[in-house]
Ligand binder design. Sequence first.
Ligand code: HEM
Ligand SMILES: [Cu+2]
Length: 647
Amino acid sequence: MKWDEFFVTGDPLIYGAMVSIVVAMLAIIIYLTYTKRYGWLWREWLTTVDHKRIGIMYILAAFLMLFRGGVDALMLRLQLATPNMTFLESQHYNEVFSTHGVIMILFMAMPFVLGVMNIVVPLQIGARDVAFPALNAISFWLFFVGAMLYNLSFVIGGSPDAGWSAYFPLASNEFSPTVGHNYYAIALQLSGLGTLMTGINFIVTIIKMRAPGMSIWKMPMFTWSALITCIIILFAFPTFTVSLAQMMFDRLFGTQFFSTTNGGMDMLWANNFWIWGHPEVYIVILPAFGIFSDVISTFARKNLYGYKSMVYSMIAISLLSFLVWTHHFYTMGHNATVNSIFAIATMAISVPTGIKIFNWLFTLRKGKIVFPTAMLFSLAFIPIFTIGGVTGVMLAMSSADYQYHNTMFLVAHFHYVLIPGTVFGMVAGTYYWFPKVFGFRLNEKIGKISFWLIAIFFNVTFLPLFYLGLDGMARRMYTYSEATGYGPLNLTASIGAVGLAIGFGLIIYNIIYSAFKSPRDKHADPWDARTLEWSIPSPAPFYNFAVMPNVKDVDPLWYSKINNEPLYEDEIKPIHMPSNTGKPAIMGIFFFLSGFCLVFSWWIPAIIFGIGVFITMAAKSFERDPGYYVSVEEIEGTEKVLRGEKL
Ligand code: HEM
Ligand SMILES: [Cu+2]
């Protein structure tokens, strides 16, 4: 292998990226060395099995990837800003939209969702951890090394370039000869396995570990959304796992599953991809629906309107999400009957979604509404997402789709769904639950400024794309001529993207600013909220609940406040907790090294590191660690400190 096949060379942007990676790593090493924090990092974070800390790490990674995916987006928008732009050439443009799509969905939206789930679900159901804490850590590390491996493709070996959907034959060795799609197959495989295990873990957690009295119809809406999401994960991800393995075989071992020659079936990939890919978009949106439900009922000071219909709607959406995948290739040769059936199934999803929208509006009706940042993001979601939904119904009409297929109209549609859905939802969740995790609130003034920037510039960025699409501007087009007349609207969109970037940047600024400046308010319940997590001290102690609550209603804290009934009656007993373990992180490193060697077909080291994976796995299985007990005195002391009382 030649040097320049290994390191990507010859492009100033990539040299810039290399330099920034090296500088960032040096900065981290210098910081850790200077403050002597290596031991702390290992003991407190890298070996943790605490669901809250794992959640924080997921969300940190998600913000990091939002930045990476966002820089990609800015590069795309810069290239499209004016006609005949020469900032990126065609190959580079292909690589950037491919990594943008993959990173945003799999390495930004997914960890964000899993992170919030990790932090919130056990707290909402009155559990002390998830069902399998060490497995949870393994899931995180699999996700994390998958994300890092994928990002490495940028500077080592070359990025994937066949879009986030990696259609064959475009993603085959013939048309994509760099190792980019090897990275795709292996990195997505690793993080996907992590996701699948998280799905199983949370299904068991939610089914088995709810506090006494919390029947399934008394669960908070976010927990419901997490449960349904995990069930989708359980059914959707195995398809993807197998397809990615086949993709890897095609690319590394010369099998012909998806090739267009020798009996391979490129449409098999397209079908399998979307049998996973369509449910996947609900995996990232349903938890946001759950967040909006909790946030809106809290800040409207009312119980959620239509609780059961909210749940049934989510169940209907999850079932339908598996029945519509063919709407992604109406134009690839099915007959009219098939297209019509999938069109009707697709449009049917708008019914349960519409029910949810009306339920949120009815929850607001006659509410005593207050408007903190979390609520603003939740309210802005409603109209913006509705535009995304309505244009989705337009795309669902198969005959009309022959017109808009693969145009900017589609790009506008899915950003109108994903950004208010996932991103607004997760940002709302971050603002809402932040004080529970860290013991202080994010600054509301900066929050509101960033909210308005994002809400306004989101529309400046993506509204023009609907018109460009209807005018015929194709998706994934790296440049266009003056004569098309696409210039002005594209320039508008690009200006919007800069505004949007500033808005997102302010969220990060707010977190850093608030960490130093926000008053620490030990008040357990800063929002006057309704669900269990707000009844324990802020920040939540590592064992979450000193004693088990007695749940009688859907909003137990709310009813205990208005009826003046105590939630906690039992006395404190010693609590059993799982011990930290370094094996998940070590397993992750072996997975990473083995995956990296596979990308380059370095078989011997790949096998050696693969054996490393099995050895750590075996070591974990044979480990006899019964965990430990937290004593009553320690619990009492911790509770007093957290509630701001003197010992
Ligand atoms: C933050 C501002 C964002 C901007 C300015 C932006 C911009 C873009 C642009 C210009 C494209 C390529 C259009 C083309 O030539 O085909 C694109 C594609 C895409 N974006 Fe975004 N995007 C943003 C955020 C997001 C988010 C948050 C997600 C997902 C959660 C997302 C998911 C995607 C996907 C899946 C594609 C398709 C990639 C492909 O064609 O393979 N984007 N975006
Ligand atoms: Cu779909």
